[in-house]
Design a protein around this ligand. Structure first.
Ligand SMILES: *Cc1c(COP(=O)(O)O)cnc(C)c1O
Length: 438
């Protein structure tokens, strides 16, 4: 049996950093990543046979837990019929119908293979449909790694951004405006200056790539008004929140708070693939008709609508559509966050947390952050110590303080109790070792 360290050393010889997606390398928290051998229900096992309660769930897709029997059966059956045809299938229609049935703002969808691809295609479609070039995004929101979206805020308010990655020429991001999340004044300023040129505003409505930060209701309301007034499309990136925070996604949460609310475009991924490479973007028929082969906006994919992936996604959507699914998942996730924050209070460690549906976040801080700057100013060292203390106790949390956590339907009360007990131990040790800073 190879140890995690042996595997990591071997991986680093043939794969840059030893991983195929950077956050897996544990750079933010330090230490050796766990190489996962298998998973079942709420648990994962590493190469050394150690068992963990999994709060990553493949970064969101595994909402039913690992190895759900109905999903497994659907995938096995689909695989026997063929892996990929490069021709249309009935299952693609079924999945499109299922998505449209659950998300009223979406009249048509196109299926793709990753959230990155979906976000990139949505931007191209928004630009093609409006005939405009500028796009707006918010600091701390991640929309995949397409060039135009890898942008950080420039200096000063409401300026065009700088590439966050080498290899992205400044000209490629010159049309991307980066604003502070939840900052109404900046939003108004940006529309006052650039309104007629803005093709779309893309936002994570509940941002899970800066831990867990909700767009405030006044902010979302104003964003909707400004987009409508200026003819810009409001694009919800629900790759993480879609079918995760509620059956109808974050947009259904905001529709409850803001009467008549709906975005113009939506981007999905993660849960709709149930762990297989599958994502989608959708909008009104009018906007979607701009896509090839109907319209002038080109977009395509060899494996788009893959028959095995769509079987996995459909089976997953079927399970989460069952009555009461989200009530139970939400209650369980809330009990986890309440348990963690209560344990912190008991230990005298400042911690706040929040959740919606099966997605949660917690911060070593006195108040919930409203934007990226505040998230990154929370206690990182404390988070990193807590992460490792939990990992040592068999609880696998996201290995960075700017990542959300995920609870699945396979997490029972037992796992929540065990997690909170581990947290109580870890936080008591933390309080003893690191007295509060003056
Ligand atoms: C994960 C994620 C993406 C990117 O999806 P990939 O499948 O990793 O390309 C885009 N947007 C959000 C909000 C995400 O959480």
């Amino acid at each position: 049996m190879s140890t995690n360290e042996e595997l990591f050393a071997r991986a680093q010889r043939v794969i840059p950093g030893g991983v195929n997606s950077p956050v897996r390398a544990f750079r933010a928290v330090g230490g050796t990543p766990r190489f996962i051998r298998r998973a079942q229900g709420p648990h994962i096992w590493d190469a050394e046979g150690r068992k963990y309660i999994d709060y990553i769930g493949s970064w969101g897709p595994m909402i039913l837990g690992h190895g759900h029997p109905a999903v497994l059966e659907a995938v096995q059956k689909a695989a026997l019929d063929g892996f990929s045809f490069g021709a249309p299938t009935e299952r693609e229609i079924e999945l499109a119908e299922a998505i449209i049935g659950l998300v009223p703002s979406v009249e048509q969808v196109r299926l793709v293979s990753s959230g990155t691809e979906a976000g990139m295609s949505a931007i191209r479609l928004a630009r093609g449909a409006t005939g405009r070039s500028k796009i707006v995004k918010f600091e701390g929101c991640y929309h995949g790694h397409a060039d135009a979206l890898l942008v950080k805020a420039g200096s000063g308010l409401a300026t065009f951004g700088h590439p966050t990655s080498a290899g992205v020429p400044p000209e490629v991001v010159q049309h991307t405006l980066v604003l502070e999340y939840n900052n109404v004044a900046q939003l108004e300023e940006a529309f006052a200056k650039h309104g007629p040129q803005i093709a779309c505003v893309m936002i994570e409505p509940i941002a899970g790539n800066m831990n867990f930060v909700r767009a405030s209701v006044p902010f979302m309301k104003r964003l909707r008004e400004l987009c409508t007034a200026h003819g810009a499309l409001l694009a919800f990136d629900e790759v993480m929140t879609g079918f995760r925070v509620a059956l109808g996604g974050a947009q259904s949460v905001y529709a409850r708070l803001i009467p008549g609310f709906r975005p113009d475009m939506s981007v999905f991924g993660k849960v709709i693939g149930g762990g297989m490479p599958l994502a989608a973007f959708g909008s009104t028929k009018d906007v979607m008709s701009q896509l090839a082969p109907l319209g002038p906006v080109y977009q395509a994919g060899t494996l788009s609508g893959n028959p095995v992936a769509t079987a996995c996604g459909l089976a997953t959507l079927r399970e989460i559509s069952k009555p009461g699914f989200f009530d139970t998942l939400s209650a369980r996730t809330r009990s986890l966050v309440e348990g963690l924050t209560a344990a912190a209070r008991q230990a005298g460690v400042p911690m706040v947390g929040d959740s919606e549906g099966g997605m949660f976040g917690f911060f070593f801080s006195d108040a919930l952050p409203q934007n990226y700057g505040v998230v990154m100013a929370t206690d990182k060292e404390r988070f990193n110590r807590f992460f490792h203390a939990m990992l040592d106790r068999g609880v696998y949390l996201a290995p960075a303080l700017y990542e959300a956590g995920f609870v699945s339907a396979a997490h029972t009360g037992d796992e929540i109790v065990a997690t909170v007990a581990a947290a109580a131990e870890a936080l008591a040790a933390e309080a003893a070792a690191a007295p509060k800073r003056g």
